[in-house]
Design a protein around this ligand. Structure first.
Ligand code: SAH
Length: 355
């Protein structure tokens, strides 16, 4: 059987894996053992599953494949940020980043190959969305980055943000399944409140997060609290207006009691004036929220510029004065294109240049 026809074993739940063993005339606990190898121990081959008999390993090999990721081209920034490409089993590539700080080690992971949302300021937005990542591929990025935190800094991974390539809420099932493995005792056992999923604002899926009673945090890439302006930079706003996203966030807060974080890139002469701050304030007042003002990272086409520091300070001061916590987030890893919105694999960029 070619690898293509085999099932990716990590798409099976624990119950399904146990059932498969029982159906093959084996004991269910063998399924549990294999599950532990796959997740807790991140074993990448059936041959490496030491307590599984040779006969069972051969059977597994016939039926299933383990689609793992491969680390390629790891780069370390002057500020300690580490970025790497990950090649997927079918040759596609995504990127992940480790952002070290005094009090935390944060993994920034991708959820899709490319992205369908075409946000005008984002490098990934210039790629096509090729496919969703599987839960296993999401999990593997976290494991790889967790290892970097340990080997480079001797520290455990403390936080995970879904702010790499892709729109996590358009890969809803796999992102939630990946987080389930990251948080479960059969996986990495990390706390859900250390995980943040960042979305460009898919109202229906934000409501679904509330219905599914998720325990991780939600960040929303707002960047403008005015539909006309937001339509100009984020086409998703045309079908998910600020009113629709606001209603969904209200619902999310009512059901989860969580405070939402807004990400707001300050663009020069576009969204960093006091009138913009007023609109943002009105939007924030609908529910408990805080604002992270993000420095714009150039993505090459020169269409946007970063706002002046004094404008950003005045913008934040206005929000703070009116009772909204606003923090300026300085970029990390810019020298290796690891900062927000700069993730797009080089091969793709080269192809674009040739066009
Ligand atoms: N699709 C998700 C997650 C990926 S983007 C989302 O939209 O939230 C992660 C964050 O980086 C988002 O807030 C995004 O708006 C921001 N970002 C994108 N391009 C950027 C750039 N050039 N400079 C700074 N931040 C950027």
């Amino acid at each position: 059987m070619s690898n293509k026809a085999k099932i990716d074993i990590r798409t099976l739940s624990l119950a399904q894996l146990k059932e498969a063993f029982v159906a093959a005339g084996e004991k269910a606990f063998r399924g549990q053992q294999v599950y532990e190898w796959l997740w807790k121990k991140s074993c990448t081959s059936f041959a490496g599953m030491k307590n599984i008999s040779a006969e069972n390993r051969a059977w597994l090999d016939e039926q299933y494949v383990i689609n793992t990721i491969e680390i390629v081209d790891k780069q370390i920034s002057k500020d300690g940020t580490i970025k790497s490409g990950f090649t997927l089993h079918d040759g596609f590539m995504v990127e992940g980043v480790l952002i070290p700080a005094d009090d935390r080690m944060t993994a920034c992971v991708s959820s899709q190959v490319g992205c369908s949302l075409t946000c005008k300021f984002c490098a990934t937005g210039k790629m096509n969305r090729e496919r969703n990542l599987s839960a296993g591929e999401i999990y593997d990025q976290v494991v790889a980055i967790k290892n970097w935190a340990q080997t480079h800094y001797g520290k455990p991974l403390t936080n995970i943000v879904f702010m790499g390539m892709g729109e996590p809420l358009l890969n809803y099932a796999n992102v939630l399944a990946g987080i389930d493995k990251i948080t479960s005792q059969e996986g990495l056992g990390m706390a859900a409140d250390r995980i943040t999923v960042s979305t460009a604002g898919i109202a229906k899926m934000i409501q679904k997060l509330a219905d599914d009673k998720v325990r991780f945090n939600l960040a929303l890439s707002l960047h403008a609290a005015n539909d006309l302006k937001r339509n100009m930079i984020m086409p998703i706003n045309e079908s998910n207006s600020l009113a629709a996203v606001g209603a969904a966030l209200k619902y999310f807060h009512q059901h989860t009691k969580k405070r939402v974080t807004f990400e707001y890139i300050a663009f020069k002469d576009f969204n960093e004036g006091i009138q913009d701050a007023k609109e943002l304030l009105a939007f924030c007042k609908q529910f408990p929220a805080k604002v992270n003002v993000i420095e714009y990272n150039p993505t090459g086409d020169g269409a946007f510029e970063k706002a002046d520091a004094n404008k950003i300070d005045a913008f934040c001061a206005y929000l703070e004065k009116n009772g909204v916590v606003a923090t300026v987030r300085r970029s990390r890893g810019k020298d290796i294109d690891a900062a927000c919105g700069q993730l797009a694999n080089k091969k793709h960029e080269d192809a674009l240049l040739e066009q």
